[in-house]
Design a protein around this ligand. Structure first.
Ligand code: SF4
Ligand code: MG
Length: 324
């Protein structure tokens, strides 16, 4: 495994108490593989990624347990500078909002080039050539001219391509993309997602793709891990999930994707809201919203049941869900 998160726990200290943002999450991604991590906001998907990237090492967020193995080494047990070296060279992150992640007063060529000057010791001239190269790779038209432009001179989709170019620059083994297309129009979303998937295959990187939208991952993900209230509730190969979900929450997410064959029909929406992380419901955290809930769900926390070799579900009634 390239990246393996094992039983990760993260807490946030707030004025009102302790929020359990991540309550024992395990997932893994191999080189050349894409894992989609799916869930509503507050499900812990971004916090888990931030823990992996080491941008959570500050209060109020605190890792209270677990391991984060990268190429077999537990990042949480390494010295700070060693961790920083691995993360700097081997991992990159793409965020939703390129405009606030890019430096507004540097041309994109200077920002891309800086990566090569700082990390590869290149001359400014060579770094500039590499920057143009990268902009070509992410298919920015007229890259040789546009390399002098500033972030605000690009459209949202083009800026997101520049973010991808920044992430690719040092050819990391792992990229984590947190809602990389959420801010874009639907057509542009698909183009950027396709580009990301194509480059991921070409560079044989591991990709962790965080999204709240099950509709955008169908064609790009190998596996899906669905999170709810800080835990994984289902994890499976993408095709299995689309064929038949083994968790009612996954089913709800699937049924709320707009689909052509159901045009005109009202879109399903999972009723209710995600729980307050300071007061997670007892038993199955999803029970107040679950159309299949029984008495046992209100008292007994479902373990991760093994549905098959490569599939788990945290539902007492996963069989009924799968065949229902
Ligand atoms: Fe629904 Fe019960 Fe399954 Fe939770 S354990 S998802 S409440 S059926
Ligand atoms: Mg988020």
């Amino acid at each position: 495994m390239l990246l393996e998160v094992r039983d990760l726990h993260v807490e946030f200290r707030t004025r009102d108490g302790i929020a359990k943002a991540v309550g024992g999450v395990s997932y893994g991604v191999d080189a050349g593989e894409t894992l989609a991590v799916l869930g509503e906001s507050g499900s812990g998907k971004s916090v888990t990624a931030q823990a992996v990237m080491g941008i959570l090492d500050m209060p109020p967020g605190r890792i209270t347990g677990g391991e984060i193995l990268f190429q077999g080494q537990d990042l949480l047990r390494l010295k700070e500078e060693e961790r920083r070296r691995i993360r700097g060279a081997q991992m990159a992150m793409i965020f939703q909002d390129a405009l606030s992640s890019l430096n507004p007063v540097l041309s994109v060529g200077d920002q891309l080039g800086e990566m090569f000057v700082v990390h590869r010791g290149m001359s400014k001239k060579d770094a500039r050539a590499k920057a143009v190269d990268l902009m070509d790779r992410v298919r920015i038209p007229a890259a040789a001219q546009r390399v002098r432009d500033y972030p605000h001179q690009f459209s949202g989709g083009m800026r997101q391509r520049i973010m991808i170019a920044m992430a690719l620059a040092l050819e990391p083994a792992l990229i984590i993309a947190d809602e990389p297309t959420t801010a874009l129009d639907v057509t542009v979303q698909a183009q950027v997602m396709d580009l990301l998937a194509e480059l991921q295959r070409e560079y044989r990187m591991g990709l962790v793709l965080i999204t709240h939208d099950l509709g955008v991952v169908a064609d790009v993900a190998d596996r899906i891990a669905v999170m709810y209230a800080g835990r994984i509730v289902e994890s499976a190969p993408v095709h299995d999930i689309y064929k038949a979900p083994a968790h009612p929450y996954t089913r709800g997410l699937l049924d709320s994707i707009p689909r052509l064959d159901r045009k005109g029909k009202e879109l399903y929406a999972i009723k209710g809201l995600p729980p307050n992380l300071m007061n997670i419901p007892p038993g199955c955290a999803f029970h107040p919203r679950c159309p299949m809930a029984q008495d046992v769900c209100r008292t007994d926390v479902p373990p991760l049941y093994e549905v098959s070799d490569d599939r788990v579900s945290a539902c007492h009634f996963w069989r009924e869900c799968l065949h229902g």
